[in-house]
Design a protein around this ligand. Structure first.
Ligand code: FEO
Ligand code: CA
Ligand code: CA
Ligand code: CA
Length: 634
């Protein structure tokens, strides 16, 4: 059933040391370039970055968005040196994006700031080209360049929830048209050259200015506020559609996966309701043994679930144009991870349970008794998954499929609520569960990577076997054998925490990116800044070194990864450099012990970047290559 291939992938770079500095570190024999920073021109007529964040919303619409996350390089005509870099802009840091700056971030909130915030989030399409050998440039006069953002871009809603009552608003009584996308976290892509952007923490953007409002069960289950929205956004102050009293259904129209055709700048992105409504992390593509498309997905919140979608119709590898509506229709499944015959061995079996009206839940009733239509069920995906007894996981982040073995890997980043008595609110509310083999640690501070093999290596199978590939830990401070020390593939040389971004390259190397605690003290001692690691995993074994490939600047996370087709260049994103909790200037609160972390001004001063950032760190893409022109990571 499992194809145990000793992967042919090699890994010969020398691992880099942990670091707490404010620059990028890559292995010996590698170089990098910073491209496409927040605020850089997107078009030939874009205003130049000013450095003091006094750009208004009109300028932001013409500039690269903020806090880059998932991304895909789409080659133009199969070329390795020219293509479309399509990239998520997940959120904003008000302290940096508004001119008041870090000392008085909340002061002066106004309508144009809200519009600027909306236009800095979403997806950008940037035509890029490798000029004179090793410098990547944005082609600013390209017809493809586009800002798909939370304010300006009209989208269509497709799939079973399109036209549902819960999807209707004053502006859209049909429930089929919506403006914008935001909270764009991880991503996916299809062989028919479309990009999948995943809407994650969309509930943070909704709230109300009215007093005494009570959140209903549905809002509670997703965490929509009946008070003010997150202080970083406060969109409801100046844009009524984000006020949950004015527009109680608007939030249901966000939290989906959106399919974008980057090669048609006039195309309307599609919100794919068949793939479920939750805090989507990424979308990993596979094809089943009999030709159905499968998309694996995580819902990134504490003790949420792992899902997969199986298309109704079949994929045609010889006619990509015929595949364009495959994600409109199909079946959504949620995963159960069972401990199996032996408890405590960090492996077991699993099942996929269909989220359809006919499925019988743990209460013995068909889901049809809880939801009137499949559309309503999908809008309330989390409640449907609760009702069928899905397994709560330690914050499912990215999923990646091994290109040769088809084994599926997922990062579970951490879960401070694991094993607590905190009750999750909403219909089907449950206590945060105790430990199990897939989520074996109370208040899990480090995260783990779990992987599974579908029965008969068939992506559409209804059962699987799974094991923990990597239990992240700190073997330098916890005794051997203690679960907090991690599995044997954690060593004093590769210390890190909170795996998040995850992808395989074509050869079967796995690239692991982190978004965790970078205090470098206590439980996290020796881990340094967030980073990216590489490994060649073997099925059914935790053997094989996991080696640190890169360290990011202070306060950042590293996320998003894509390669040129010849694998000579890897692109990754530096998200939120200089983000020290809610206190961008107060690193001592993050790291009270000693050596206050630098106040990041990255990328200013790193590599060849001399553009004055006005003291503001800027999210950006980093492209890394081998000086000898070889395959990266090999
Ligand atoms: Fe946007 Fe779950 O990270
Ligand atoms: Ca077990
Ligand atoms: Ca993430
Ligand atoms: Ca994350």
């Amino acid at each position: 059933q499992t194809t145990d291939t000793k992967s042919l992938a090699t890994m010969s770079f020398k691992g880099v040391e942990a670091s707490t500095g404010d620059k990028i570190i890559v292995p010996e024999g590698y170089s990098y370039q910073v491209i496409s920073r927040w605020g850089d021109p997107l078009f030939a007529n874009s205003p130049k970055w000013k450095g003091d964040a006094t750009e208004d919303s009109a300028a932001q619409a013409l500039q690269v968005g903020d806090n880059h996350d998932g991304m895909t390089f789409f080659p133009i005509d199969g070329k390795a040196d020219e293509g479309l870099l399509v990239r998520n802009h997940e959120y904003i840091n008000p302290a940096y994006i508004f001119p008041k700056g870090v000392e008085v971030a909340g002061e002066g909130w106004n309508a144009d700031w809200v519009k600027k915030s909306q236009r800095a989030q979403g997806v950008s399409v940037v035509h890029i080209r490798l000029d004179n050998g090793k410098k990547w440039q944005s082609v600013l006069d390209s017809r493809y360049n586009r800002s798909i953002n939370a304010h300006d871009t009209e989208m269509v809603i497709v799939g079973p929830a399109a036209g549902e009552d819960l999807m209707k608003t004053h502006a859209d009584p049909t429930g089929t048209v919506v403006y914008g996308t935001f909270g764009n976290c991880g991503n996916g892509f299809t062989p028919w050259n479309t990009y999948l952007t995943c809407e994650e923490n969309v509930t943070d953007y909704f709230g109300t200015t009215k007093e005494g409002v009570k959140a209903d069960m549905h809002m509670q289950r997703y965490g929509v506020s009946s008070k003010a929205s997150d202080g970083d956004y406060r969109w409801e102050l100046f844009d009524k559609r984000f006020d949950v009293v004015e527009e109680p259904n608007e939030w249901n129209r966000h939290g989906w996966i959106v399919e974008i055709d980057p090669f048609d700048p006039q195309s309307k992105p599609k919100k794919l309701t068949a793939l479920g409504h939750f805090k989507h992390e990424n979308a990993a593509f596979a094809v089943s043994n009999d030709g159905h498309v499968v998309i694996y997905m995580g819902d990134d919140q504490r003790s949420e679930y792992i899902y997969k979608f199986v298309s109704k119709n079949k994929y045609d590898a010889n006619n990509q144009a015929a595949n364009r509506d495959l994600l409109n229709e199909g079946t959504l499944y949620v995963a159960q991870f069972l401990d199996g015959a032996t408890k405590g061995d960090l492996k077991g079996e699993g099942k996929w349970i269909a989220l359809t009206l006919d499925t019988v839940g743990v209460d013995g009733k068909k889901l049809a008794e809880h939801f009137k239509t499949q559309g309503e069920l999908l809008v309330k995906t989390r409640q449907a998954a609760d009702l069928v007894g899905a397994t709560p996981m330690d914050r499912p982040e990215w999923v990646a499929v091994h290109p040769q073995t088809k084994e599926v890997y997922v990062t579970l980043t951490n879960n401070s609520d694991r094993g607590s008595d905190k009750e999750r609110k909403g219909m089907g509310g449950v206590k945060h569960p105790g430990v199990d083999d897939a989520n074996p640690r109370v208040k899990n501070p480090y995260g783990q990577i779990v992987r599974w093999n579908e029965q008969d290596t068939d992506a559409a199978a209804l059962s699987f076997t799974w094991d923990v590939y990597l239990l992240v830990g700190n073997p330098s401070i916890h005794p051997e054998g203690n679960l907090m020390a991690g599995t044997a593939n954690m060593t004093s040389k590769n210390l890190f925490n909170s795996p998040d971004g995850l992808a395989f390259d074509k050869d079967g190397r796995i690239w692991i990116q982190t978004d965790g605690n970078f205090s470098n003290t206590g439980a996290y001692e020796g881990m340094g800044n967030n980073q990216m690691l590489v490994a060649v995993p073997q099925t059914g074994s935790t053997e094989g070194e996991i080696r640190r490939f890169m360290v990011g600047p202070s306060g950042c996370e590293i996320t998003g990864i894509t390669f040129t087709p010849d694998q000579k260049f890897v692109f990754v994103n530096i998200q939120h450099p200089g983000e020290y909790g809610k206190h961008p200037r107060a690193p001592k609160e993050v790291n009270p012990q000693d050596q206050p972390l630098a106040f990041s001004q990255w990328p200013m001063g790193d590599n060849e970047d001399t553009e004055n950032s006005g003291g503001r760190p800027r999210a950006a893409t980093v492209v890394i290559w081998r000086d000898d022109g070889g395959i990266v990571g090999a």
